[in-house]
Design a protein around this ligand. Structure first.
Ligand code: GDD
Ligand code: MN
Length: 246
């Protein structure tokens, strides 16, 4: 460390990648993550949480671990598909970093934004940095009208009812201080996709600070989305619950 500004602890970023049938996407996302993180010189690990994908995602993950090493690629699989919300919690418990990045493994979230999240976090020592499709240069590519409507609608209704102080509530590309994420997870009641929205609402409740970085979300090329009608219903239910209780 140069000239007196002794930095005692180095930051470490644990990147959580939940996967369900992402065999085709996994090698590319891992390569991109490692490229961008190594180039920016950050200390990091990638934790893959696979839920018994029938397409052989876990085998692909094992091969990637052989290539890049157990320090960088950590495997924390579960027996069967237990849902996205609990996959994050499971991954978080095994994280050794003091910061946690949560993202999708299907290339909808580009790893190039992570160094931007980190810089933003450092700017004001934010508790949370949220990638946003609805601010500045952010946006969505490849979604049909219905999917856009659902996302906009969910955001609009939540903004209206809960005034959360963040522009993208349903997105899941975020950076958290680990201690903050632990506290949020503890206080969240919902599982599944609604989780993202509840986390940001709770963050505001606890007066955690939230920074935003514009991101572009690109629809997946390989495989299909696991979001369906029942998730939309769950979202509406959780929104009303939060409206009534917060
Ligand atoms: N381990 C595990 N278990 N992973 C899962 C599960 C599960 O049950 N369900 C989904 N995943 C993984 C997928 O493999 C992918 O890496 C990520 O979670 C997101 O799943 P998608 O199925 O691709 O979600 P999406 O594209 O429809 O939804 C995205 O956009 C929504 C709205 O912005 C996600 O980012 C959502 O979190 C977000 O709310
Ligand atoms: Mn997706």
């Amino acid at each position: 460390m140069a000239g007196g500004d002794a930095q005692v602890t180095e930051n470490k970023y644990s990147i959580l990648l939940p996967t369900y049938n992402e065999r085709e996407n996994l090698p590319i996302i891992i390569w991109l993550l490692i490229t961008y993180m190594d180039n920016s010189g950050y200390n990091f690990e990638i934790i893959i949480i696979d839920d018994g994908s029938p397409d052989g995602t876990l085998e692909a993950a094992r091969q990637l671990q052989d290539i890049y090493g157990e320090e960088k690629i950590v495997l924390r699989p579960r027996e069967k598909k237990l849902g996205l919300g609990t996959a994050y919690i499971h991954g978080m418990k095994h994280a050794t970093g003091n910061f946690i990045v949560i993202m999708d493994a299907d290339l909808s979230h580009h790893p190039k934004f992570i160094p931007e999240f980190i810089k933003k976090q450092e700017e004001c020592n934010y508790d949370v940095v949220s990638g946003s499709r609805y601010v500045g240069s952010g946006g969505v590519y490849g979604w049909d009208f219905k999917r856009k409507l659902v996302s906009r609608g969910a955001n609009f209704l939540t903004q209206l009812l809960l005034r959360p102080g963040a522009s993208d509530l349903t997105g899941s590309f975020r950076l958290y201080k680990k201690s903050v994420l632990e506290k949020l997870v503890e206080s969240c009641v919902s599982k599944g996709y609604v989780f993202q929205m509840e986390m940001i609402i709770r963050a505001r409740q606890f007066d955690f600070t939230i920074g935003e970085v514009p991101i572009t979300f690109v629809d997946r090329v390989y495989g299909e989305s696991k979001l369906g009608g029942s998730e939309i219903f769950q979202f509406a239910k959780a929104l009303l619950y939060l409206f009534a209780t917060t």
